[in-house]
Design a protein around this ligand. Structure first.
Ligand SMILES: [Zn+2]
Length: 430
């Protein structure tokens, strides 16, 4: 029995990771420049050629960063549904997926066999205790998904595939009873809220249903302490995870101190959103990602829109790859009376109001700078009059953050109408 799925790669010394990345970047740039219409037009405009980049240092200094808007603009002007990122065709191009559309209209993404890009997820599942021959629940989202059934066959992890929706929950629980999965991929706020209702009604013994589950990734946003505790009471350990700029994903290890991004699969940079300069470790910056093992549609210095901090210090789990913490979306930041506030700063106050169901809230953000912090919260339909709850949460936020605040109260059913099934946006324009 081994501690890691890919021990050599997962525990590689930092100098070797960097050398591997440099070789991969120098291979990638001429390949992508020749084939990707988007990269060619962008780099030509910037006056940079792949041959002028001879090291990682050159890359960091000279390579243009890619905005998602540029990809959409290229798609709309050329009519290429893939936005000019596709580098190869059949037979290697195998299927088509779409981005989640969190920050705009969904963009088509071409897929190949995905063996390399899924390697990281397999390492993460192994860390949770999944072993060859084990089952795992795989309730998938729309982000970068191609063929599902054979993606895990090389390690003999056995997915039980279903949708991520409320009406699928009875099937998920039934599958847990029959197949006793080791990993439940994945939990989200809406799913946990629905499970909490099932638990309250006492219909199903969730502890028994989840008795074989050793770990469950939690996606969409960082889990609040209250949520981690609730799920732990069902016997399940949550692992925070996030999309790594649509290239692959990053997931917590058993240390739960940041999400590991696999640097043999993607190069991670943390750049100041305004200047594009690399920020020192520990300082908030925008997650910027380059695909290192994607010959179908590699992204080069893609700005993810996520505000993160990162560290390359050795982790207690023994792996050497970078760890990131997501602070929120770059566009989620509000400045109230001169103070910078992210949605996660509000979570502790929300958790202190028992009427607020599933920690559901939104910041109403017509623009970044505001004189008052305006919130929208969701309560159970039987919670009684709204006004005292609104006053209570506004007072807690005023006290906790020291800024003027107000709140409006919605029923749970009205709140759930405001988002796609897997997440309610933390920030609304109105
Ligand atoms: Zn670790």
């Amino acid at each position: 029995v081994t501690r890691y799925l890919d021990e050599t790669v997962e525990t590689m010394p930092r100098a070797r990771i960097e050398a591997m990345q440099e070789a991969a970047i120098l291979r990638l740039l001429p390949y992508a420049y020749e084939r990707s219409g988007l990269m060619r037009s962008q780099w030509d405009k910037a006056g940079v050629t792949p041959s002028s980049i001879k090291s990682l240092a050159d890359f960091r200094e000279k390579a243009p960063v890619l905005e998602k808007d540029l990809l959409r603009a290229h798609r709309d002007t050329t009519g290429d549904p893939f936005g000019g990122i596709k580098c190869t065709d059949q037979p290697r191009l195998r299927s088509i997926g779409f981005t989640s559309g969190t920050t705009g209209d969904p963009t088509a993404i071409p897929f190949g066999d995905q063996i390399a890009s899924n390697r990281g997820l397999k390492r993460d599942f192994w860390e949770m205790g999944l072993r060859p021959g084990d089952h795992f629940i795989f309730n998938i989202l729309t982000i970068r998904r191609g063929q599902e059934s054979d993606r895990f066959s090389d390690v003999d992890f056995r997915p039980i595939c279903m949708g991520h929706a409320g009406h699928e929950i009875p099937r998920m629980l039934e599958a847990c009873h029959i197949f006793r999965p080791t990993v439940f991929h994945h939990f989200s706020r809406p799913l946990i809220t629905a499970l909490e209702e099932i638990d309250r009604r006492g219909e199903i013994d969730l502890k028994d249903a989840f008795s074989s589950v050793k770990g469950a990734p939690f996606g969409g946003e960082p889990p609040a302490p209250k949520v981690i505790e609730l799920v732990r009471s069902w016997g399940v350990e949550l692992y925070d995870y996030t999309s790594l700029g649509d290239v692959c994903s990053a997931m917590e290890c058993r240390q739960h101190d940041g999400m590991h991004a696999w640097e043999d699969l993607a190069m991670v940079e943390c750049l100041a959103p305004e200047s594009g300069e690399e920020v020192p470790e520990g300082t908030p910056g925008e997650l910027t990602v380059t695909s290192l093992q994607d010959e179908i549609a590699p992204l080069v210095r893609f700005r993810s829109g996520d505000l993160i901090t990162c560290t390359r210090e050795a982790c207690g789990c023994g792996r050497t790859h970078v760890r990131i913490k997501v602070l929120g979306r770059v566009g989620d930041q509000v400045v109230v009376a001169g103070r910078s506030i992210m949605p996660k700063d509000i979570m502790p106050m929300i958790d202190r109001v028992p009427e607020i169901v599933g920690g559901l809230f939104q910041i109403i953000r017509p623009q970044r700078d505001m004189s008052e912090l305006r919130l929208r919260v969701a309560v159970r339909d039987d919670s009684g009059p709204a006004a005292p709850i609104a006053d209570h949460i506004a007072a807690l936020v005023r006290e906790g953050l020291g800024v003027p605040a107000s709140a409006e109260v919605l029923s749970l059913s009205d709140m759930l109408k405001l988002g796609p099934p897997h997440k309610i946006p933390r920030v609304a324009r109105q």
